[in-house]
Design a protein around this ligand. Structure first.
Ligand code: COA
Length: 235
């Protein structure tokens, strides 16, 4: 199987309203996993995430065309999602995020690490920034005077960190201050077009590259270990 294009990360975005009410589109293994969840919100988020990931994977792989129902999303031990079909791990890396009734799944060719994150933009307490941001990030976020713009940047920085931590397969097991997001060259917030960001991971893996955008009240970020063209939306 090959990807219908090489370099850029591809992604699918879906809303909760698109998810079928029945579970026919889940594989038997996925239904078993779903049956273990008790909390209503977790069930809704998980179903939305699985629906989005299956659409993303089926759409990114074009030879032969896959039925999303035959794509299986399995959690690795770390919790990171992996994509399977007919009992075989597919030659891609995926990353998944769901919040506020929306989900995004990224597909990266050739098993290149990728992380994505979707966040609702909201004002967060200064204590949040002090707990999770580096000195350098605090310094440039503090220079943003307007409170609404500041909330946008704080959300983007937080989301970018999560994307890098997901690409590393660690999530919040690592200290968020081990990832430092570089100050952007401009103070205006990104709009709906993807704009670049950079990040550095302390000790281990060096420079990371990413894209971020703001669409209404949602901030999205995607991180990869090598520079790439802007992400391409599927579907
Ligand atoms: C990854 C993490 C940062 C995401 O948190 P979040 O912002 O609340 O949620 P998001 O919607 O953005 O992302 C959730 C998705 O991240 C993915 N994910 C979970 N752990 C991951 C990891 N270690 N690496 C990469 N991706 C991961 C999953 O696909 C998950 O969705 P799913 O469980 O429905 O499949 C957080 O869940 C985490 O740190 N998990 C690892 C540590 C942990 O406590 N694990 C316990 C369960 S194994």
């Amino acid at each position: 199987m090959s990807l219908s294009g090489a370099a850029p990360v591809r992604y699918w975005v879906a809303d909760a309203t698109e998810v079928p009410v029945d579970d026919e589109w889940l594989t038997a293994r996925e239904r078993e996993l779903l049956a273990r969840f008790q909390v209503r919100k977790r069930i809704k988020d998980w179903r939305l995430g699985r629906f989005t990931a299956k659409q993303a994977v089926a759409s990114a792989l074009d030879e032969p065309k896959l039925d999303p129902r035959h794509v299986e999303i399995r959690p690795a031990k770390s919790g990171a999602p992996t994509a399977w079909s007919s009992g075989q791990r597919l030659p891609i890396e995926i990353s998944l995020s769901h919040t506020g009734g929306r989900a995004m799944c990224t597909v990266s060719p050739l098993r290149r690490p990728v992380g994505c994150d979707l966040e609702k933009i909201e004002s967060r307490a200064r204590a949040f920034e002090r707990d999770f941001f580096t000195e350098g990030e605090l310094a440039w976020v503090d220079r943003v005077a307007d409170e609404a713009t500041r909330a946008g940047w704080v959300t983007l920085v937080w989301s970018a960190k999560e994307s890098v931590l997901k690409a590393l397969g660690e999530g919040l097991r690592l200290d968020t201050r081990d990832v430092e997001v570089e100050p952007p060259p401009v103070t205006r917030l990104p709009g709906t077009s993807w704009e670049r960001f950079g990040a550095v991971v302390a000790r281990a893996s060096g420079a990371w590259f990413g894209w971020w955008r703001i669409d209404g009240s949602f901030a999205s970020t995607i991180a990869t270990h090598a520079p790439s063209d802007p992400p391409v939306r599927l579907g």
